[in-house]
Design a protein around this ligand. Sequence first.
Ligand SMILES: [Zn+2]
Length: 179
Amino acid sequence: MQVLRHWCCIVLLTNYPLKSDAERKSLRKGMRTQRAKAIDPIPIDDYLTKMPPEILQQILLKVITEDGDVAFLRLSLTSRIYKEIVSDAKFREQAHYIWLDSVINWSRFSEDYKKEFRVPCSLTECPKCGDIFKDCPPGYVGDGRKGVLRGFYSTIDFPGYCLAECHFNAGGEFPYENV
Ligand SMILES: [Zn+2]
């Protein structure tokens, strides 16, 4: 039995040599670092940067279509990546056409009408009520939410205001009095 025990020790020592203090220390450190990495959550921006930009754009377009133009500001404040996407002129134009097509049935109008009024726009803050609205002469106004259309605007009637009401409340006059 003693011989067997002796043989076992020799086999163990040959196959698993004793590690030096420095080796054991670095091994422990390595294990600690690995554990810390496993616990640390991946920062949220990492998910976003790994996501194909086209997919992220489609998701944000959906958010803007549902929530309206106010979502541009909210998304800009949410993340640097969102801000880059929603600030892009092409993205804004795309969002605008999705909105316009959702509130107007173009098939009811002539091609000439569509050509004249299915045009790009800019987002303007109404100086009276502070609402952000689509300011795109010639065309339509609205707050960019699906199904919400404030009606036809006119640059002569109330330029820079979201509604005629805001224009008059701010001291504006009837357009035909100025003509
Ligand atoms: Zn207003």
